[in-house]
Design a protein around this ligand. Structure first.
Ligand code: SF4
Length: 246
């Protein structure tokens, strides 16, 4: 039975095509088949309202920690400061103290303060809507030039807050796509996945969320539960497990 709380803590983050695409490893990557399978087990992906600034800060806080700790850190940050402007004006140490639940607090505090300051220096206010008037490549470039903002953070903001077709790859997605045989995992998983997937933000978003859930529940880092996985019949790793067992 579907768990209705499944999506509770998701704030983040795919493409679509009609034909299967041959991945660099020779394995057929069929995003639509994967979507059908995962939606069948996990259910439809809910719409998530995603304010750009909130998404940006949350994603910086989410690096190397759990969703629970990210959310605790964000709640503490917003309880301590009245506004994003107040955060941009605060000392790094003050911000770090507020977000300690997320770990790496000094680094994350410097990133949050730095990116907020960069937005305000450009716009005169803390408003990211200018990204919506840029091409996807230019918006990506602008975000990636900000302190502490890498491909995952930039693509989450662009996909979830602006509906742009960029596919964010986190550790769960990297692991699942590598095991499926869609990417090699040796180069840039972000570039490999984005080359492979069709440019459809709705399917990208659903695939992103569903693959993360699969990675958390079934295709875990230490133990892949291939026997109960809905993707097993087309999975390179799952196929090897089946052959070894037979
Ligand atoms: S079949 Fe196994 S390795 Fe492949 S995606 Fe499923 S759990 Fe992961």
């Amino acid at each position: 039975m579907r768990d209705p709380t499944l999506w509770k803590h998701q704030t983040c983050l795919c493409t679509g095509g009609l034909l299967p695409i041959l991945s660099p490893m020779g394995r057929q990557a069929d995003p639509d088949w994967v979507l059908r399978r995962l939606r069948g087990v996990l259910g439809p992906v809910p719409e998530v309202a995603s304010d750009p600034l909130e998404t940006l800060v949350l994603t910086i806080l989410s690096q190397n920690t759990t969703d629970v700790n990210r959310d605790r850190a964000y709640a503490s940050l917003m309880a301590q400061f009245e506004s994003f402007d107040a955060i941009a004006d605060a000392e790094v140490d003050e911000i770090a103290a507020a977000i300690s639940a997320a770990g790496l607090q000094r680094q994350k505090a410097a990133s949050v303060r730095g990116v907020l300051g960069r937005i305000r220096a450009r716009e005169g206010t803390l408003d990211l809507s200018f990204l919506g008037r840029m091409s996807t490549d230019k918006a990506l470039e602008w975000l990636l030039a900000s302190p502490g903002v890498g491909e995952k953070t930039a693509s989450i903001v662009l996909l979830f807050s602006f509906g742009r077709p960029v596919f964010p790859v986190d550790t769960h997605i990297r692991r699942v796509l590598t095991r499926l045989g869609w990417i090699t995992g040796s180069g840039s998983p972000y570039l490999e996945a984005n080359e492979l997937l069709p440019k459809d933000p709705v399917r990208m978003r659903d695939l992103h969320l569903l693959l993360i859930e699969l990675g958390r529940r079934v295709c875990r880092a230490r133990r892949a539960e291939c026997g109960i996985c809905p993707l097993r019949e087309r999975c390179a790793y799952g196929g090897r497990v089946r052959t070894e067992l037979s």
